[in-house]
Design a protein. Structure first.
Length: 121
């Protein structure tokens, strides 16, 4: 049992069941294999809490699935694009450099263990 600066042993208040840990490692391996086989494919991802996201699988690491999504004015809640132009010719003001072509694609990181389903679209 580790000690943390006080010289006393830390009291464990929760420890995951070893069978659960083994199962979660299996889920992670399965997700990695599935997602790597479908990189750059359009998918619909459903989260455990019911949220649904559509986009292209941009990457995966040990904890997250990275989904490339396109935002519009209707679904921009929670995303900020400083170069978004609500109408042609708009920019923040004098002296502000024109950013060039506007890209409304963002990368949305999704936690692997919160995924419920991934469907090709």
């Amino acid at each position: 049992m580790p000690t943390y600066g006080t010289g006393q042993q830390a009291k464990v208040i929760y420890q995951a069941d070893p069978a659960l840990v083994q199962h979660l490692h299996g889920v992670k391996e399965s997700l990695h294999h599935c997602c790597k086989d479908h990189l750059n494919h359009n998918v619909m991802v459903q989260m455990i809490d019911g949220q649904v996201h559509e986009g292209k699988i941009a990457g995966i690491d040990s904890k997250n699935l990275f989904l490339s999504i396109t935002i519009t004015t209707e679904d921009s809640r929670g995303f900020y694009n400083p170069y978004y132009k609500p109408y042609p010719g708009y920019y923040p003001g004098p002296g502000y450099p024109y950013p060039g072509p506007v890209n409304n694609n963002v990368i949305l990181p999704l936690v692997l263990f919160e995924l419920l389903a991934i469907s090709l679209i």
